[in-house]
Design a protein around this ligand. Structure first.
Ligand SMILES: Nc1ncnc2c1ncn2[C@@H]1O[C@H](COP(=O)(O)OP(=O)(O)OP(=O)(O)O)[C@@H](O)[C@H]1O
Length: 699
């Protein structure tokens, strides 16, 4: 059986033994032969050619050179001490540099020695150097192996010290892959192989580690990526189908109550996107199947009204509605956004959070159980056992990637076997590829249009030398009757010394704007104090709000037209976009000023440029994904679905879509995968269930 072989414990592989096995487990989480062969190299080095030292260029990722050590010296004082060897071939010379802890290298090097050197060249002044190069001694008895593409594997410092470096790993890999090949079964049917023009799995597995050429490596990569994305999407789609079959939804239909709202109370015309999304939600809720839909909206796109109308559909059909948000501030914001609409319609609504007092809580619990309370908005507090509904028709989860699937499930399991409709909302757009994966089992709606009349926010990037101009600008805006946010990344001086912390900032702002009233809000304040200050700002009693990122999401003060973000380089793109979204919510022209230090990292620069260039959250999300990779997008780390071995959501978007389309077509025609031609797919899925490695398995 395939899975049995791949489940073979790593210590039983020839050449491994208990000691190495221990290191592999600890350092790389490799427990089985299957885990090992899926530890794909992150790059290959072309050892078939040597570079000439007079032809080195700074954009070369890696070079291989052969030459002689000419001089060895130790340079610099204590902490900055480094070992520098001058190294040359017939054409030129470079420096090889080792920082701290180079004693053992020093012992190995002698002047006149012939070496093979491998590493990334960097230009310092007019000279190239390679820091911590890989070296191989050339002697009469040891001629370098050379030749071909060598796999380079991720290893750790501990592994290198214990002689399990990439080269040693490559040796083990050769044994493992060799032994594995006869157990590898083709997992994709012929027609898919033809459709995607894929090489067979055995060849792919061999070539991903030990390719005979770059072209072969690319084909192997493509094959394995396609397979990975295909099985991921197939399983997500299967999950969706299984759920639809299992959980019949309550049929909730449009009633007069909704018409009354539209005709008498809707304060504005809905945007095209809002109408479309409401229609999609409504169709789901009336379909007889359980809705599982993700609504993605850009900041300020008007998600609240969409949430309210969906809730009203549920309430009008005699059921209840819940909205769960990840923080107390957010839950409160949602509650305040929804309450005026609920009041207009005579629908009962309450807020339940960790700070709701016991007496009030008891009443809420009771009214939820009796069905008198129609809409509940809250935090995790909603998940507590005391919270029971009479009949929950719709659960909205304001996700922000912070709730896991398990937590979401807890909310909808409260209904004694009747599954409510589920709407997941995200406040910041996430890239399509990520949504397709992270929420691949949900239908997706997108609110990608801002209400009419909004002027695009103008964004500027400045540094301290522009401080006086910025202050002058703030004054002018306040004179026009507008309000201003000034946001700082930190409140604690101790965290980083060079950061102007909030308190400092507050004091200097008070000095710069003596005639204005200024609010301050941060995460360490008591909720009631925070609330008090927020209210002062909302009522325009204060003109400037100095805050940390507690105001990041959900705050809605349409009269605020200027957002100043201090130390903007410290924020991620999604957060900058969220913060900027606090302005531009009224009819006035709004501005966002990103204050940063003068010298920025490459990534920092891209972030600032992106913010200045576009207001489109979907575009920003794409840049963010490219810069940081999917694992770093806030909160997504916990999600097992993102543990991709070889595919990359930032660059393989088109392939992901093609894989999803293929999976969908197959499931539409053959939902049980029972057709003989789909046999390879079915047996692969079945083998995944039995294997401990995650070769395309989703958790
Ligand atoms: N169709 C519309 N026409 C005019 N104004 C609208 C429309 N839809 C929503 N608004 C207003 O736009 C503002 C933003 O709406 P809302 O608070 O729902 O945004 P949001 O999508 O929740 O944004 P964020 O996530 O940034 O808080 C509110 O003041 C709301 O009343």
């Amino acid at each position: 059986m395939v899975e049995n072989f791949f489940n073979t414990k790593i210590e039983f592989l020839k050449g491994v033994g208990p000691k190495k096995a221990e290191i592999l487990k600890k350092e790389l989480n490799i427990h089985t032969v299957g885990d090992l062969i899926q530890h794909y190299p992150f790059r290959h080095e072309d050892r078939s050619q040597y570079h000439q030292l007079d032809q080195i260029q700074s954009d070369m990722p890696y070079i291989q050179v052969r030459g002689w050590i000419r001089k060895i010296e130790t340079i610099g004082e204590k902490q900055k001490q480094r070992l520098v060897a001058t190294f040359s071939d017939e054409h030129g010379s470079i420096e090889l540099v080792w920082f701290k802890g180079a004693k053992w290298i020093e012992k190995q090097l002698t002047v006149g020695q012939e070496l093979l050197v491998f590493g990334k060249p960097q230009l310092y002044g007019a000279k190239f150097s390679i820091a911590h190069p890989e070296i191989e001694l050339v002697t009469e008895t040891h001629q370098p192996s050379g030749g071909g593409l060598q796999p380079i594997y991720h290893t750790t410092e501990v592994m290198k010290r214990r002689f399990l470096d990439s080269k040693a790993l490559s040796k083990l890999m050769k044994t493992a892959v060799n032994q594995s090949l006869e157990h590898v079964n083709e997992s994709l049917p012929d027609y898919l192989m033809e459709h995607f023009k894929l090489i067979d799995k055995k060849t792919a597995l061999w070539h991903i580690h030990f390719p005979p050429s770059i072209e072969a490596l690319q084909k192997a990569k493509f094959r394995l990526k396609t397979e990975e994305l295909f099985f991921l999407q197939l399983q997500l789609l299967k999950l969706k189908i299984a759920r639809t079959d299992k959980f019949k939804g309550m049929v909730l239909k449009r009633t007069n109550l909704l018409n009354t709202f539209y005709q008498q109370h809707l304060p504005f015309d809905l945007t095209g996107a809002q109408k479309r999304v409401i229609k999609e939600i409504h169709a789901d809720m009336a379909s007889g199947e359980q809705m599982n839909r993700l609504v993605q909206g850009d900041v300020g796109s008007g998600k609240t009204i969409v949430a309210f109308i969906s809730m009203l559909i549920a309430v009008a059909s005699g059921t209840q509605s819940a909205l769960m948000a990840p923080t107390e501030i957010l839950a409160t914001q949602h509650y305040e956004g929804l309450k005026p609409f609920a009041d207009m319609m005579g629908v009962t609504i309450e807020l339940l959070t960790g700070s709701t007092r016991t007496a009030k809580r008891r009443i809420i619990d009771e009214n939820l159980r009796s069905g008198e309370l129609k809409i509940i908005v809250g935090t995790h507090a909603l998940l507590e056992d005391t919270v029971q509904f009479k009949l929950l028709g719709l659960a909205i989860v304001d996700e922000q990637h912070r709730f896991g699937v398990a937590q979401r499930a807890k909310l909808w399991n409260k209904n004694a076997g009747i599954y409510p409709h589920i709407l997941v909302m995200t406040a910041t757009p996430i890239p399509r590829t990520l949504a397709m994966t992270l929420y691949g089992d949900l239908d997706v709606s997108v609110i990608d249009e801002l209400p009419a009349g909004r002027k695009p926010i103008q964004t500027f990037h400045m540094n301290d030398s522009g401080r006086l101009r910025v202050n002058g600008f703030i004054k002018k805006e306040i004179e026009k009757g507008r309000q201003v946010y000034i946001v700082y990344p930190l409140i604690e001086e101790s965290e980083t010394l060079d950061i102007k912390d909030l308190q400092d900032g507050y004091e200097s702002i008070c000095r710069a704007f003596p005639e204005n009233h200024i609010s301050i809000v941060h995460g360490r304040m008591k909720p009631e104090d925070k609330e008090f200050e927020m209210q002062r700002f909302i009522k325009n009693e204060t003109q400037i709000m100095v805050a940390t990122t507690v105001i990041e999401v959900g705050v809605n003060v349409p009269n605020a037209s200027v957002m100043i973000i201090e130390n903007a380089e410290r924020f991620g793109l999604a957060q900058l976009h969220q913060l900027r979204g606090r302005v531009g919510r009224g009819a006035e022209q709004s501005y966002c000023i990103l204050m940063s230090k003068e010298k920025l990292s490459k990534e920092g620069k891209v972030r600032m440029e992106t913010m200045v260039r576009t207001n489109n959250g979907f575009e920003i999300a794409d840049v963010d994904l490219k810069l940081r990779g999917p694992g770093d997008i806030s909160g997504t780390q916990q999600s097992g679905v993102l543990d991709l071995l070889i595919a990359d959501l930032a660059t393989d978007g088109a392939l992901l879509q093609a894989a999803r389309d293929a999976a969908k077509r197959i499931l539409e025609r053959d939902p049980e995968l029972a057709h003989p031609k789909n046999q390879p797919i079915l047996s692969h899925i079945n083998s995944l269930k039995k294997t401990t490695t995650n070769w395309g398995r989703i958790s």
